[in-house]
Design a protein around this ligand. Structure first.
Ligand SMILES: [Zn+2]
Ligand SMILES: [Zn+2]
Length: 226
């Protein structure tokens, strides 16, 4: 079961329920944990096992600490993005969000522990609660996609968005734009029916073909790269 959680500010937040537990992917901007809790309660889904972040940006991760504290869920984030959730985090060059270096104090104090337990640091290729990690660095060093075999679905975070058709994030929000343009090629060998983006509507059929078509178009028409 996959659903988008309504009422979350910032990026889109998703629930994924598989045999290996209930997961919230990118719970959203600061304060959004209440909307997540309301929804999980209304749907009578039981306890949240994991909060998984596709990357550290505040519109995806801002409420992660509060959600973990409220539910006892554990946090998982790619190892390369974990330092951004710690005090004395690496200096990020200023992005369009401008938010990157202005984390709320609660999150800045977060260190990489959650509800008293250490966060799980993810690596490419590993599986967590039925979701396989695909590391696609560029937008941030630890940006990941998450593939659900049971749902034939891929969560893309900000590796690609679908706001005005499929595209890579603009240069001014990327940690390394050069790598961000290459990151979606990591997805090319995967097969999945549905795609869920951090921003923009989901694609519910033939999503892998749509992403492949986008990558082919971009390779064959470099002048249109955006
Ligand atoms: Zn985003
Ligand atoms: Zn982002």
């Amino acid at each position: 079961m996959i659903c988008r959680i309504p009422g979350v500010r910032g990026a889109q937040a998703y629930l994924h329920q598989g045999r290996d537990g209930l997961v919230v992917i990118d719970p959203g901007y600061t304060g959004s944990f209440r909307a997540v809790l309301r929804f999980v309660e209304a749907q009578a889904l039981g306890r949240i096992d994991w909060v998984i972040l596709t990357h550290h940006h505040i519109d995806h991760a801002g409420t992660a600490l509060a959600l973990c504290q409220a539910t006892g869920a554990r946090l998982a984030v790619h190892a390369a993005d974990a330092p951004y959730l710690q005090p004395r985090r690496p200096r990020e060059r200023m992005t369009l969000w401008g938010l990157a270096d202005r984390l709320p104090s609660g999150l800045a104090r977060f260190v990489v522990t959650c509800a008293g337990r250490a966060a799980r640091l993810l690596e490419d290729g590993e599986t967590i609660a039925g979701l396989t990690v695909v590391h696609g660095p560029g937008h941030t060093p630890g940006s990941i996609g998450l593939r659900s075999e049971s749902e034939s679905a891929l969560f893309l975070g900000d590796i690609l968005n679908n706001e005005r058709g499929i595209r890579t994030p603009p240069w001014n929000v990327n940690h390394s734009h050069r790598l961000a343009l290459r990151a979606p090629h990591r997805l090319q060998g995967l097969s999945y029916e549905r795609a869920y983006f951090g921003h923009g509507p989901a694609i519910m059929t033939g999503a892998d073909q749509c992403v492949r078509a986008f990558l082919t178009r971009r390779t064959t028409a470099p002048a249109l790269t955006g």
